[in-house]
Design a protein around this ligand. Structure first.
Ligand SMILES: [Mg+2]
Ligand SMILES: [Zn+2]
Length: 221
């Protein structure tokens, strides 16, 4: 049987609400919305944009973590989806344009263990946040942490790649994955660019789809 990997975005995909948006709404001055608009229009890369947004933020590590624990929930069907992946021997990987701290905090809260992830880092100096990004992908100058190379790596190793996302940082991987599940902004983007995708709202729906279909690599044209 073919090797399969499911690569998923974190914020707004595994979590019910985007934890970065919620943090910025709570702790940043309102100008962050202007920056977000530029990012969404593709006029500002997510790397520079995220830095600019968090420069407007006043928050200590403790406040940050406590806020996440109190306010961020996950898709209620997600844990069941992980079991489904394990049962079917699908690898599961999270690749996030947000922060590892958010992933660790939220997974811990919901008792989710041993899920590998790649993300940016956030450190705190009192109430000033300092962001650290992985090295820039050679092929992409816009993403804070371009997710497309992960897809490429696994394809090269012979994996059938499934990508799940919702937003701006999911555009690059959606262009190259074998099968794409998209909602919200990502779905609009795929539609506009003629990228084939399956609409979804929950991981439960993705499970249902994967159970009923036979997985074929995307045809190139
Ligand atoms: Mg997202
Ligand atoms: Zn990119």
């Amino acid at each position: 049987m073919r090797k399969i990997i499911v690569i998923s975005d974190f914020d707004g995909t595994i979590t019910a609400k985007d934890s970065l948006v919620e943090i910025l709404n709570k702790f940043a001055s309102p100008e962050w919305h202007k920056i977000a608009r530029l990012i969404n229009k593709g006029r500002l890369g997510t790397r520079i944009g995220l830095r600019k947004e968090f420069n407007l933020c006043k928050v200590t590590r403790k406040e940050f973590v406590n806020f996440l624990i109190k306010n961020i929930k996950i898709d209620t069907t997600f844990k069941n989806f992980l079991q489904f992946c394990r049962k079917n021997k699908f690898r599961f990987l999270v690749v996030s344009g947000g922060f590892g701290l958010n992933i660790k905090t939220i997974f811990k809260k919901f008792g989710i263990k041993n899920i590998p992830f790649y993300a940016n880092a956030i450190k705190f100096n009192e109430d000033v946040a300092e962001l650290k990004f992985p090295p820039e992908a050679k092929t992409c100058k816009t993403c804070s942490h371009c997710k497309a190379p992960y897809i490429g790596q696994f394809k090269k190793k012979g994996y059938f790649t499934i990508y799940i996302g919702d937003s701006v940082t999911d555009r690059c991987p959606a262009r190259v994955a074998d099968l794409v599940f998209a909602k919200h902004q990502l779905a609009e983007y795929c539609k506009a660019k003629g990228i084939k995708y399956i609409p979804y709202n929950t991981f439960g729906q993705i499970k249902k789809y994967l159970t009923s279909c036979s997985l074929q690599p995307r045809k190139r044209h």
